[in-house]
Structure formats: C-alpha cells, structure tokens
Design a protein around this ligand. Structure first.
Ligand code: MRU
Length: 340
C-alpha cells in the first residue's frame, strides 16, 4: 500500500483522521494545504511527514511562476519555514525540507530546471523511504521467532511511512517469511492511532491483532502474553528514543519483565547531533484529552496536559533496527550521518 503519491502537480494521500470508518483521499495542490494536513494530523507518522514536506516543496516549485532562480529559491524558503512550524518533534520533516532546499540551492539552472530537480528530489525521498522499510523489515524479521506475540504502540505502519512501515514492516516481513506472529496493539490515547490505524492495517493484512487499552500493558506482560515489543520512533538522539507518548512506560515495563524492546526507524529519523534535553516535545491541545472524538469526557473547565511524545533513555532499548541492520546501542555513534 502506497500512502502518498505525486500525480503531476498534485500530492495524493489518505486522510488518516477518517480511518478506519472512511477511506478519503486528499488531493493537495499547494504547500499550505499540506502544512494544514500535517498540523491537523490528517497526515502523520515521522517518515510520512518527511515525504509529505518534501512533496509540499515540490508543489511550490512545480506551480511557481518565478522568472528567476533566486525568486524560486525565495518561495521555497518561505514554504520551508511554514512547513517547519507545523510539528516540532519528528526530525524527518526537518531533514526532508533541508534536503530539498539544499538540492535547489546547489543548482544554477532556470526556474524550470530547478523545479524539475525539486520534484525529483521529493520523489527520491519517497522512494528511499519505501526501500528503507523493506530492508528494515528484512533485518528486523530475523529477531522475530515463529509463534511470537509482539506488542506495538501507536502506528508505525504503512500509514506512518511511504509504504510497508517500520515496526509493522518488521512484523509484515516475519509473516511473509512464514512465521506465525500475533500482535497486541495499544489503542494509543489520545489520538488512538493504535486502535484506528494499526488495528486497521493488520486486520486488512490478515495478521492476528488484539487491541488493548494503554493501561493494560503491565498486565499483559505480567501474564506473559507478549514476548517482544517493537515500536517506531520520531527522533533518535544521542541518549534516547523519542516516540509516541506512552512508549517510555512500555519500555520500563519490558525491562522489568525481561522482554526485548526494539525500536525500528529509518536513518532519516536519526538525529545523533542532539541530546533529548534539546528537543522540543510537541504539546497538543488539551481538548484531545478532555474529549474522545466530539464527546466530552472530563468536567468543563478542567485542565489537561497533552505532550504528544515521550523520551525513552537508551538503557531501556534492546536494539535499534534501521536499513543498515540491527544496531546495539553502544554502536549508535558509529552510524554514518543520514545523506543530505
Ligand atoms: O503523532 P504521530 O501519529 O505523528 O506520531 C507517530 C508516532 O509516534 C509513531 O508511533 C511512530 O513510532 C513514529 S512514525 C513511524
């Protein structure tokens, strides 16, 4: 399943807020539509944010009426600023925007030539993500045994990426190798990516999945109902993995119960020049906590916290799986920086 596509001057993707009840495709022709879709989480998932932001710049270049190279670069830079203000935590978005901008800045041709190069660079980012996920799946599947029950959190599937998925890619690859794998998926309050998206993807693929409320993780581990945890990441820094809120408590529980805890992400998610303390953790609207959908669940006027991500120190991580292979945390610094 391809989650995002370039169709001559349009970016087509699925509105993830409507899933699983409705499959609505969004056709976007301007970068501001893409920025809005990212902000409101119609488009979400770290690798997909990177591809979507790159395609947003492709839209700017493709539709630009700029008569000079410098004017076009100026338009791209303004759009890049807007895109970078949409969501602060997943590094893929910033990486992809800078990669496309640097490509444009490195060229001296006409606005048309630059536009073609920008579109090509965005396509390349998307293709590379799809290819990385297949490789990640291959490396990760080796860690999954026939008969395993794997717990996953949030949605790190095809929907969070260009294709195939990171954490769910590992599960898919193990299943494709003929292994019998069951999945326990957390619902992932407040935005319910686990219940809405992970359960949807796995059910569609015929991979057995059971949904649990986030509060049930300790119980299922205590009862030995899971024997591996596989999650994605929004940013991997020198000292920690930053991922969907709730990941940290799952990692601590996994360590306590002696269950391997694997983090799965492409190299575009790595930000090894920074430490966790330097990263902005997105704080979303309190209404996402005081409401479920359009239904208020807390008293009027009550305050709520809503950090969208948390920080899991590396001591809780058994290994990180990326397109280069399985990395044990002591080896993290030996990774080459992601190509710009
Ligand atoms: O807020 P989201 O839905 O964009 O966050 C995405 C996640 O945190 C995913 O769980 C994930 O692990 C990173 S994307 C593969």
């Amino acid at each position: 399943m391809r989650t995002i596509e370039w169709r001559s001057g349009k970016v087509v993707t699925i509105n993830q807020l409507k899933l699983p009840m409705e499959t609505e495709f969004l056709e976007m022709q301007s970068y501001s539509e893409v920025a809005e879709a990212i902000k409101t989480m119609k488009i979400r998932g770290a690798p997909l944010l990177g591809a979507a932001a790159a395609y947003a710049l492709a839209l700017v270049a493709y539709h630009s009426k700029a008569k000079t190279r410098n004017k076009l670069i100026g338009e791209l830079e303004r759009a890049a600023e807007t895109l970078k203000r949409t969501r602060p935590t997943a590094v893929n978005l910033f990486w992809a925007v800078d990669r496309v901008l640097n490509k444009a800045r490195s060229l001296n041709g006409s606005p048309r030539e630059l536009a073609e190069a920008v579109v090509m660079e965005a396509e390349k980012i998307a293709e590379e993500d799809a290819a990385a996920n297949r490789l990640i799946g291959k490396h990760g599947a080796a860690l999954i045994e026939d008969g395993d029950t794997v717990l996953t959190h949030c949605n790190a599937g095809a929907l969070a990426t260009v294709e195939y998925g990171t954490a769910l890619g590992v599960i898919r690859a193990a299943v494709e190798q003929g292994k019998k794998v069951r999945v326990i998926a957390t619902e992932t309050r407040p935005k319910l990516q686990g219940a809405r998206l992970t359960a949807y993807e796995l059910k569609r693929d015929g991979i057995p999945v059971k949904l649990i409320a986030d509060t049930m993780v300790g119980y299922v581990m205590y009862k030995r109902m899971v024997n591996r945890v596989v999650v994605g990441a929004d940013r991997i820094v020198q000292d920690a993995v930053i991922n969907k809120i709730g990941t940290y408590q799952i990692a601590i529980l996994a360590k306590e119960h002696g269950i391997p805890f694997y983090v799965v992400a492409p190299k575009s998610t790595f930000d090894l020049g920074h430490k966790a303390a330097e990263i902005v953790i997105e704080e979303r609207s309190p209404e996402e906590v005081t409401f479920i959908g359009s239904e208020r669940i807390a008293p009027e006027g009550v305050e709520a916290l809503n950090p969208a991500f948390d920080i899991t120190p590396l001591k809780y991580v058994t290994a990180i799986i990326c397109e280069e292979g399985v990395i044990y945390k002591g080896d993290l610094q030996s990774l080459k920086p992601t190509k710009q």
